[in-house]
Design a protein around this ligand. Structure first.
Ligand SMILES: [Zn+2]
Length: 151
């Protein structure tokens, strides 16, 4: 625990090892030790494709806006095992698009940005066996998705 705190301090001072804070904590659920639990994602690692989450829901009324309390238990999970909840949904071009984690190599179909961590994925893509090229046409970064949904 002590060692973890030290590395966390370094990250906050900018000497990161691939970890970056999410602009907004993302509530959702995942599986820890085989048990489905509610978690909130607070940081992601673009090098390893992992998320740092805290268990439970927002632990304080002030949060987000302040860092989560140091006392909360943190876990590192594979990013793709995290499912945002409640699920944000947009309607774009007559299709439903769902907010979810996307692997870092997947580019936004609109602006080409990669390393997004999260994005909106078209519901037309079958889950599970979607290959990378299919995903490339069906994933939008958050900004492009929201811009298109307003059109
Ligand atoms: Zn984009």
């Amino acid at each position: 625990m002590r060692r973890w705190l030290r590395s966390h301090d370094q990250a906050e001072q900018g000497r990161t090892d691939g970890w970056q804070s999410l602009p907004k904590p993302v509530p959702g659920h995942s599986t820890i030790d085989g048990v489905p639990v509610a978690v909130v994602a607070v940081r992601r690692n673009s090098q390893t494709g992992e998320l740092e989450v805290v268990r439970g829901h927002h632990p304080t009324p002030e949060w987000p806006g302040t860092p989560p309390p140091r006392s909360v238990q943190r876990h590192v999970l594979p990013a793709l095992s995290f499912i945002p909840h409640p699920r944000r949904e947009l309607s774009i071009g007559g299709q439903r698009w769902f907010y979810s984690t996307v692997s870092n190599a997947v580019r936004c179909a609109n602006c080409g940005k990669d390393d997004n961590g999260f994005g909106f994925v078209s519901s037309e893509v079958p889950n599970g066996d979607a290959d990378q090229s299919a995903l490339a046409h069906s994933t939008l970064c958050e900004r492009c998705a929201e811009a298109r949904a307003r059109v």
